[in-house]
Ligand binder design. Structure first.
Ligand code: NAD
Length: 354
């Protein structure tokens, strides 16, 4: 299990250090884990003048899996676009062909009161959002800002999806649904966008190979509404890059804190990049208050999806549940009566529970 560790910026190094402690325990207990560190994002720019330096690219290519903290920081906001930290993320996803982004939104019974929604709406919630990650309007060409004949400037981007891009991510969606409760909702905007009309046609076609899965289609505006109205109606949500970006952040709030949410981005062979859903949280960086659980749970996803070690995955998830049951809480999920814990102490508690 060769793992590239890219802490990145802001709280990235603090939270990744806790996940590395978990990997150390798994190694001590017999898994053949090798870890090698590299720079990405602002840290890559500082070290090598590039948010995705050549050495990091090489490291990522030769590893089986990548664990990433987060990228971004105020000090990089005025850099030219190709040098911005976020470009490091887009390039590693594209470079490794990580087209399938899995983001579970799961409400732990202990945290049901941290959600902004009523407990009865979210209690027991367990959704898997599958977002296509390497196509759509974020990568489409042409794009830019041009000056029109009347002297006014116009911004433009191009949304496109090819049949093969839709087909391969749809297969991942149906396979995930088969392992869960066999329900898949494909989200698009087929009433307005041609790209979405093709999306719907191909997803419907792929569904013929998975007759046990109940397929439904929903327009993205309705999906955004249904996610806060009755989120438990969903099991697997399959959607494109931009819609998935927005809906998965919305779904994260159903669970209480973005600090609890892991993610996996996979290629055709289940090589994966694992990272928390949140960003680099520069507002709390260096204060030992960040929640490391999303990053630790990302290691559980790595064990499950890249290394097919369900035992290790469940062991980590059980340890996280156990610290929550003990009443330990970082500031983002704190409620009166619980024990407020820092980032490193939370990592230690998970290690102890393991
Ligand atoms: P953010 O996710 O970093 O922070 C949003 C809010 O959530 C902040 O109040 C933050 O303190 C809090 N938060 C986030 N993670 C937390 C954690 N683990 N524990 C406790 N609280 C946590 O989003 P933002 O503020 O919009 O962006 C900050 C920077 O991160 C920007 O530079 C942005 O581009 C970048 N970003 C990176 C990624 C990524 O690396 N995948 C994703 C989103 C944003």
């Amino acid at each position: 299990m060769k793992i590239a560790i890219l802490p990145g910026d802001g709280i990235g190094p603090e939270i990744v250090a806790q996940a590395a402690k978990v990997l150390e325990v798994l190694r001590r207990d017999g898994l053949k884990i090798e870890m090698e560190y590299g720079h990405i994002g602002g840290a890559g720019y500082d070290a090598a003048g590039d948010p995705f330096p050549k050495e990091t690219e090489e490291l990522a290519r030769t590893c089986d899996a990548v664990l990433l903290g987060a990228v971004g920081g105020y000090q990089y906001d005025n850099l030219p676009r190709p040098m911005r930290p976020e470009q490091g993320l887009l390039r590693i996803r594209k470079g490794l062909g990580l087209f399938a982004n899995l983001r579970p939104a799961l409400v732990y019974p202990e945290l049901v009161n941290s959600s902004t929604l009523k407990p009865e709406l979210v209690s027991g919630l367990d959704i898997m959002i599958l977002r296509e990650l390497t196509g759509d309007i974020y990568f489409g060409q042409p794009r830019g800002i041009k000056t029109l004949e009347n002297g006014e400037r116009q911004g433009f981007d191009t949304m496109h999806y090819s049949e093969s891009e839709i087909r391969r991510v749809a297969h991942v969606g149906f396979k995930s649904a088969m392992k869960r409760s066999k329900k898949l909702c494909s989200v698009d905007k087929a009433n307005v966008l041609d790209t979405s009309m093709l999306w719907r046609e191909i997803v419907t076609d792929v569904a013929r190979e998975y007759s046990e899965v109940e397929l439904s289609h929903m327009y993205v505006d309705n999906a955004a509404m249904q996610l806060v109205r009755a989120p438990k109606q969903f099991d697997v949500i399959l959607t494109g890059n931009m819609f998935g970006d927005i809906l998965s952040d919305e779904a994260s709030m159903l669970t209480g804190s973005i600090g609890m949410l892991p993610s996996a981005s996979l290629d055709e062979n289940n090589k994966g990049l694992y990272e928390p859903c949140h960003g680099s949280a520069p507002d709390i960086a260096g204060q030992d208050v960040a929640n490391p659980l999303a990053t630790i749970l990302s290691v559980a996803m790595m064990m499950r999806y890249t290394f097919s070690s369900e035992t290790a995955a469940q062991r980590i998830e059980a340890a996280v549940r156990s610290v929550l049951r003990q009443g330990l809480r970082t500031a983002d999920i704190f409620e009166t009566g619980m024990q407020k814990t820092g980032c490193a102490a939370m990592g230690d508690a998970v290690v102890a529970a393991l």
